[in-house]
Design a protein around this ligand. Sequence first.
Ligand SMILES: [Zn+2]
Length: 228
Amino acid sequence: MTQPTVVISLDLELSWGIFDLGFDNDVVEMARWTHDIGAPRLLNHLAGNGLSATWAAVGAMMRPSLPDVSGLPDVTFPHFSKPWFSYVPKDGNELTHPEWFGARLVELIRSAKPEQEIGFHSFSHVPFGWSGMTRERAAAEYRLCAQTARELGIPTTSFVFPRNSVAYLPELRAAGFTSFRDADELPVQFASKKLTSLGMILADFVGLSPCTVETSLKEGIVSIPGSH
Ligand SMILES: [Zn+2]
């Protein structure tokens, strides 16, 4: 039994988190709001209350502009058949396109007290467990995250899978990561994924307290299940 603790993990993704499901002006505005107002405000609340969180940021978002992604093997998903970086402005930067890039935002989070942890939310927010994904792309995403971590001086401790779709754990370990956020555990277990989603909404609605979870080792990496 480990010492009980509360872990707050946040996905920091701007437009990367949603563009493949639909990309329009509302998404751009929401992502710009998150960059300029939402995330700094949340950071202030955490710091003001003496709390530390893990901010799992999309690797490409942590850069001031889009790096060379030609080494990333292509993937085509049934739900998004365009090239993955189609919408990302090739010559954009954080000033012109804060809906995609947040290097300064990450710096702001890193300079906060108490200390906040920066984790990785993949490099480009591809859904790892979805049909269309390949082992080669997964490994390349992990490698680019690890490279970004080295360049920015961030440890490769925490990884959060896009849409919590957990896959390719041995490759994650090989890239040097030591823990990941696992799928949510619910107070009540359901038979199917659809019922589980409904159950999560219902649990929020009736105010069920999240269950406590135990960490475990999966493929040599520490699994930290979500609980809410
Ligand atoms: Zn996400």
